[in-house]
Design a protein around this ligand. Structure first.
Ligand code: SF4
Length: 342
C-alpha cells in the first residue's frame, strides 16, 4: 500500500453517501500533522466533518457473540485467546446452530438489528466455513443482519460466506506495517490486506480498525490511520481499540496510551473516513466517562456494549445507556461484531 501520495488537510468534504468508493489517499506525514494539531482545533475539525456526514447524536450500540473461543494458534501479543499465552481462557468448540440461534433471537428481542459472531481461528478451514454459513443462514432467517470475524479468509471462502448471506466481515489491521512485527509474527501485514481484498471483492461490507496503546510510536498510529483511509474504498466500520492489558499476554506491561492521544486517534479517523462508523471498542472502560464524551465529540458514533467483548470486560449496558442519556445521545441497538479478536 502506497502511503506516500500527497493529500491536503481538509476541513470538511461534503461528499455524497457513495463516496466510500472514492476515498482520498493519505500520506503518513499528513496524518501525523492532523494528529499533532492543537487539541481544540482537531476536535473542531472532526466534529465539523461528523456533522456533515452523520445525524448528530446517533450512536450505534454493538454486541458480539464469541461462537468459538480460545485455542488460537496465532500469537497476537494483545490477545488472551492465543494458545501460546497462559491467560486462563479455556478453548471452546464452535457453538451449535441452536445455541447461536437462541442468542441471536435474544439479541433481536432486545432490539438488535444485526448479529455478529467471532471465532478464534487463524484461518478457518472450508469445513469451518460450511458450519459458519449455517450460523449465518440461521441469523438471517431471524431477519437480522449478520457479521463475522473468523481470521484470514481465502477468496472462495469469502464468496461462500457472501452466498450464505453474510453482510459484514471484521478483520483488523491492528497497527502500522512498520510496527506489526512487534505485535505478531505468525502472519504478515500482507496476509491481512489480502483477506480484506477477498472480503471486498466478494461484496461483503468491511469492518477494519486497529489497536493503540501497544507501545507503538505516534508515527505508527498515523501509519495505521493512513493504511485504513487508503483502503479503496475505506471500511464501512472502523473499530478503534485501546489495548486491554491482559495478564499473561506479551503486551500486558505496555505503557497505557494518554487518554487525550486516544481521542486524537478517534478524531483523525473521523476526518479521514467521513462516512465510516467509527467505533469505540475494546478498552473503553479504561477511559472513563469524560474521555468517552470527548471521543463522541471527536466523531465516534458506535460503541461496543454489554457484558463481554469477546473475552475482555466491557461496561454494563445500563451504565452505557446512562452515559448516552447524560450526553443527549441516542443509542441504536445493533448486535454487531466488528472490532476485536481475529
Ligand atoms: S487476535 Fe484473533 S488471530 Fe490473533 S490470537 Fe486472538 S483470536 Fe487468534
Amino acid at each position: 500500500m502506497d502511503t506516500t501520495l500527497e493529500h491536503p488537510v481538509v476541513l470538511h468534504r461534503a461528499a455524497p453517501a457513495a463516496d466510500a468508493g472514492s476515498a482520498p489517499r493519505w500520506r503518513v506525514e499528513a496524518v501525523q500533522a492532523l494528529l499533532d494539531l492543537p487539541f481544540n482545533d482537531l476536535l473542531f475539525r472532526a466534529q465539523t466533518v461528523h456533522r456533515g456526514h452523520w445525524p448528530a447524536g446517533d450512536v450505534e450500540l454493538a454486541t458480539l457473540l464469541s461462537v468459538k473461543t480460545g485455542g488460537c494458534p496465532e500469537n497476537c501479543g494483545y490477545c488472551p485467546q492465543s494458545a501460546e499465552f497462559d491467560t486462563g481462557v479455556k478453548a471452546q468448540k464452535l457453538m451449535s446452530v441452536d445455541e447461536v440461534t437462541a442468542a441471536a433471537q435474544a439479541a433481536k428481542d432486545a432490539g438488535a438489528t444485526r448479529f455478529c459472531m467471532g471465532a478464534a481461528w487463524r484461518a478457518p478451514k472450508d469445513r469451518d466455513i460450511e458450519k459458519v454459513a449455517e450460523l449465518v443462514q440461521a441469523v438471517k432467517g431471524l431477519g437480522l443482519q449478520s457479521c463475522a470475524t473468523l481470521g484470514m479468509l481465502q477468496a472462495h471462502q469469502a464468496r461462500a460466506l457472501r452466498d450464505a448471506g453474510l453482510d459484514y466481515y471484521n478483520h483488523n489491521l491492528d497497527t502500522a506495517p512498520e510496527y506489526y512485527g512487534d505485535v505478531v509474527d505468525t502472519r504478515s501485514y500482507q496476509d491481512r490486506l489480502d483477506t480484506l481484498a477477498h472480503v471486498r471483492a466478494a461484496g461483503i461490507s468491511v469492518c477494519c480498525g486497529g489497536i493503540v496503546g501497544m507501545g507503538e510510536a505516534p508515527v505508527h498510529r498515523a501509519g495505521l490511520l493512513a493504511q485504513l483511509a487508503n483502503l479503496d474504498p475505506y471500511p464501512e466500520s472502523v473499530p478503534i481499540n485501546s489495548l486491554v492489558r491482559v495478564p499473561g499476554t506479551p503486551l500486558a506491561d505496555s505503557a497505557p496510551i494518554d487518554p487525550l492521544d486516544f481521542v486524537r486517534v478517534i478524531a483523525v479517523a473521523r476526518i479521514l473516513m467521513p462516512r465510516a462508523r467509527v467505533r469505540l471498542s475494546a478498552g473503553r472502560q479504561q477511559l472513563g466517562e469524560a474521555v468517552q464524551a470527548l471521543c463522541f465529540l471527536a466523531g465516534a458514533n458506535s460503541i461496543f456494549y454489554g457484558d463481554k467483548l469477546l473475552v475482555t470486560g466491557n461496561p454494563d449496558v445500563e451504565a452505557d445507556r446512562q452515559l448516552l442519556a447524560k450526553l443527549g445521545l441516542r443509542g441504536r441497538d445493533v448486535a454487531a461484531g466488528e472490532g476485536a479478536g481475529a
